[in-house]
Write a protein that binds this ligand. Structure first.
Ligand SMILES: Nc1ncnc2c1ncn2[C@@H]1O[C@H](COP(=O)(O)OP(=O)(O)OP(=O)(O)O)[C@@H](O)[C@H]1O
Ligand SMILES: [Mg+2]
Length: 234
């Protein structure tokens, strides 16, 4: 579904990504791991057209998308749930969700998709009239994920959905990702919570120094000595 080849991104003179290669198959959950500043968010922004690559190619369902404006990329079926959630705290949960129905197709199916989100996330149905800013961190993360899903994407990219949440809530967020996967959505997941991310993912990639230093199935990565030392503290 997604093929990233030799991706290079710079901010000014700082080369952040060099020669990065990632593939994501239909129906997979793929984890993208790496330390702070490794370039994970930059990779997701390059996919969704928020930063312009300096080199390489990004193909989505066989079509080159690098260089396209972000609204065109979202029309093609990629939804980006950004780092830090970015909800409108003074608006209701439901109004936040409606904003996610950003493509023509999703607008036609808005009522149906909203109903489906309330089935996936029953707590959001209970809270649909509340201001999003009054929800707990975990609930706000569910709103952010559901808002992205309101665009009816084939590929959902999630940037650190568990950031800043208490351990129990982190587990709930990972359960939500399982539900999204069972729903047939392909997921590219950026996480610092390595063990839990590999618990839900089929495969994973580790970015170091702007390139993929390690990749494999989740089982392979969890058993890898380098990864255990660097990311799991084993
Ligand atoms: N808009 C920008 N302008 C200049 N430098 C940037 C910009 N955005 C990110 N960077 C730099 O690029 C590098 C990669 O940043 P990025 O946000 O992609 O990392 P990350 O892996 O997502 O980190 P984190 O885990 O902290 O979110 C960092 O050194 C960062 O300081
Ligand atoms: Mg980041």
């Amino acid at each position: 579904m997604l093929h990233i080849e030799n991706l290079a991104v710079s901010y000014g003179r700082a080369k952040v990504l060099l020669d990065l290669n990632i593939t994501v198959g239909e129906g997979e959950v793929v984890a993208l791991l790496g330390n702070n500043g490794a370039g994970k968010t930059t990779t997701l922004k390059a996919i969704s057209g928020l930063v312009k690559p300096r080199g390489g190619s990004i193909q989505f369902k066989g079509q080159a998308i690098d260089g396209l404006p972000s609204h065109e990329i979202s029309q093609l079926g990629i939804a980006h749930c950004p780092e830090g959630r970015r909800l409108f705290g003074g608006m209701t949960v439901e109004d936040n969700l409606m904003l996610g129905a950003s493509t023509a197709g999703a607008r036609r199916k808005q009522a149906q998709n909203l109903k489906h989100m309330y089935e996936l996330f029953p707590i959001l149905k209970e809270r649909h009239r509340q201001h999003a800013g009054l929800l707990s961190g975990g609930q706000q993360q569910m709103v952010a994920i559901a808002r992205a899903l309101m665009a009816d994407p084939e590929l959902l990219i999630l940037d650190e959905p568990s950031l800043g949440l208490a351990p129990k809530i982190v587990s709930e967020v990972f359960e939500v990702i399982e539900r999204v996967k069972d729903d047939g959505v392909t997921v590219l997941l950026v996480e610092q919570n390595v063990a839990q991310a590999l618990g839900v993912a089929d495969r994973g990639y580790v970015i170091e120094q702007g390139t993929i230093a390690l990749s494999g199935s989740s089982q392979e990565l969890l058993a890898n000595n380098e990864l255990q030392t660097a990311y799991l503290g084993i």
